[in-house]
Ligand binder design. Structure first.
Ligand SMILES: C[S@@+](CC[C@H](N)C(=O)[O-])C[C@H]1O[C@@H](n2cnc3c(N)ncnc32)[C@H](O)[C@@H]1O
Length: 263
């Protein structure tokens, strides 16, 4: 029987082959959210689960040399501190966020809370760290059925099985693929205003950043997908299809929620 600790361990490695395509797919959405908030020079920001750091670096550009950005992650190997950016290694399942209560102007967390078993507790810490009138920018991959256009019906069926297999493996290991659908309700219950969620999903062509992300996720979860009934041959074919420009597949659905802490 799987232990609770193992079920709640983070399921991926922070490799550039995963995080760079993730950033290419999601940064346009998150940067658009940040542009709407009117972040100004000298403000402070916190990026929770900063990964390879594209959002933390963008926040540094927004707050400038008189501002401060803190990036926190379990794995900080892809994060480089600068005069503006402080980097903290933290396991948020057991360690607190490095931020004083009521001090931070904007807090971002993308594709992080859904992975944390104590996501409500970490969100409460983020709410406490925000100053009144400060903003949250939260994003999550949420469950959605996949649709595919591939060269053959067998390929269509295989891509759907692998993508659903990845989502099923994550869901079976305590990743909440519906958390992004619930974020707005949780923030409303905490009296946040300007609460807004948008759901985004687009087609990804073979070879594009999105299909490279699908391929990397299936590679990282390969052992688990094999135990779920997929074969090496099928997973090798999936990798080929994710590089084939003739393939068009519905990408992961992303829920992006912004909200303002009440004064
Ligand atoms: C899917 S990646 C997203 C990275 C980044 N936010 C982005 O969207 O580009 C999830 C991130 O959460 C971090 N993470 C997972 N579990 C964590 C934990 N227990 N404590 C701190 N960070 C964690 C991972 O190391 C990884 O960087």
């Amino acid at each position: 029987m799987r232990s609770t600790a193992s079920a709640q361990r983070y399921q991926f490695r922070n490799s550039p082959t995963q995080l760079h395509p993730l950033q290419e797919v999601l940064d346009p959405i998150t940067l658009d959210e940040l542009a709407r908030l009117g972040i100004t020079a000298g403000q402070s920001a916190l990026d929770v689960g900063a990964g390879a750091g594209s959002i933390a670096r963008h926040l540094c550009e927004l707050v400038g040399p008189t501002g401060k950005v803190i990036a926190v992650d379990l794995d900080t190997t892809l994060l480089a501190p600068t005069g503006i950016l402080d980097v903290y290694q933290r396991d948020l399942r057991t360690q607190p966020l490095p931020a004083e209560p009521g001090t931070v102007d904007v807090i971002t967390a993308r594709c992080v809370l859904e992975h944390l078993p104590n996501r409500h507790f970490v969100l409460n810490q983020m709410i406490t760290a925000l100053r009144p009138g400060g903003h949250l920018v939260l994003g999550e991959i949420v469950y959605a059925p996949v649709s595919v256009h591939a060269p053959t019906s067998d390929d269509n069926e295989l891509i759907a099985r692998v993508v659903h297999g990845v989502l099923d493996v994550l869901a079976a290991r305590s990743v909440d693929l519906h958390w992004g659908d619930k974020t707005a309700s949780v923030l409303l219950a905490n009296d946040f205003d300007r609460v807004r969620t948008r759901w985004v999903a687009e087609t990804w062509a073979g070879g594009s950043p999105g299909c490279r992300l699908y391929a990397d996720n299936a590679t990282q979860l390969r052992d688990k997908l094999l135990t779920e009934g997929l074969t090496h041959t099928e997973l090798d074919r999936f990798a080929e299809l994710m590089a084939d420009p003739a393939v068009l597949v519905r990408g992961y659905q992303f829920a992006s929620t912004t909200a303002r802490k009440p004064y």
